[in-house]
Design a protein around this ligand. Sequence first.
Ligand code: DGL
Length: 260
Amino acid sequence: MATIGLFDSGSGGLSVYREIVKLLPEENYIFYADNLYCPYGEKSREFIIDRAREITGFLLEKGADVIVVACNTATAAAIATLRQEYPVKFIGMEPAVKPAALETRTGVIGVLATAGTLKASKYLDTRDRYADGITVVEHVGQGFVELVEAGELDGEHAESVVRQSVQPLVEAGADHIVLGCTHYPFLRSTIEKVIADLCPGRDIKIVDPAPAAARQLERVIHEQGIPVTSTTSAASDRSQKVALFSSGSGDSLKRIFKLI
Ligand code: DGL
């Protein structure tokens, strides 16, 4: 049985765990949410690298065979350093610009992510490589992480916060909106509602990279020869198989975990 470590600045990374556990339901999971230092979006690269080292050490001590950096911002800031410094495989998150750019009909795609992700060379390289000739409209999901951490996933206030960042993408003609932060999938219904209110009937696809990251993890586990359990038992008790850790109170983590 494999032990899979995951971490995020907060509880958002559970959107990645949720997809992974569908593919690999019988493995052991250790999830670390750095709630005390959340959000990472505006923090310096050095700060995020330090946190990522600390958390990686913790996950390895707990027996992780492979680590998923379930955070776009931490992937952009720290994954290259982690890969140099630790003898374990790391799976990272990347905004799904490529599939959106391949599928767009309007030639305009929107990307919602943190400031840290949008200015990182990792993101800029991906965008330049795959979205040549496509208009990419970027926006920070301002206030989105705070909503998710507070468990405020819908309602009037959440809608008005979401509208501020989604409206410019819709007005620019985007037909795909890429969720480039692992917290944002928890706001998906509110994002969809805001889009439906802004432009009823328009077909805008929301792209979440978590399923692709889960498939990538599965490939890496097989390549590395890490033994996995092949049975899929619908009756298996997920809560027995994941150990949740938080640098904060853990309230946000428990609240979001109940929703997945
Ligand atoms: N969940 C994060 C990401 O994917 C980080 C959000 C934040 O802490 O600002 O980027």
